[in-house]
Design a protein around this ligand. Sequence first.
Ligand code: IPE
Ligand code: IPE
Ligand code: MG
Length: 227
Amino acid sequence: MGVEGSRARHVAIIMDGNGRWAKRHRLPRAAGHRRGVEAVRKLVRSLRGFDLECLTLYAFSSENWKRPVDEVDDLMTLMRRFIRSDLQEFVDNGVRLKIVGDWRALAPDIVAMLDDALERTRHGERTLAVGLNYGAQQEIVRAARAAAAAGPITTETLEAHLDTADLPPLDLMIRTSGEMRLSNFLLWQAAYAELVFVDTLWPDFTADMLAAALDDFERRERRFGGR
Ligand code: IPE
Ligand code: IPE
Ligand code: MG
């Protein structure tokens, strides 16, 4: 029997469209990324109002290194500033930070800041997971290697070695900006996730839009292959 009306525990968002937002406003791309960080900040502040265990945000993909070095630098600078300015607020609001992806390959100062942030937020009751230098194919290869080193590979043992092993199953994946692709995000985890694509560019995404996507989710019938 299909499962209808169940509550989402884990939502992931592909935050896309910062560049197009900047272009539309005749601003440099960096301004689009800055407004994108503002949208993240507002959404994280609104999390208390949602009954979610985990929100996972795609911030930087393993393929985003292909962008011009200036843009990559802008994104890394924004990341440093965001951690510095918002970490205490995460701690105060019970947000547990989690990073997925090969984040230890980022600049050493960012790795140190993240290590500190993970330590300081570890008692939070709601999880904000952030994809940094994240690619799902790479994650699956890493998990497969680790699973093989520990014993036979099964769906369960491989899953237990994914970066998301300690997170609830993914219920809903949202992508902004009108693109309808997953761009190497949570490919394994999305096997039975519901997908929602919205035309809104990421800097214009609001908590009300997340609420609308969750309403949509609750009206869907999930079958997981059964009937
Ligand atoms: C998303 O916005 C931010 C990152 C991928 C880091 P984009 O920079 O991809 O914006 P568009 O897709 O070019 O509009
Ligand atoms: C996906 O967006 C990555 C993030 C949102 C961090 P991209 O803009 O990099 O994806 P493509 O290149 O359009 O598929
Ligand atoms: Mg994009």
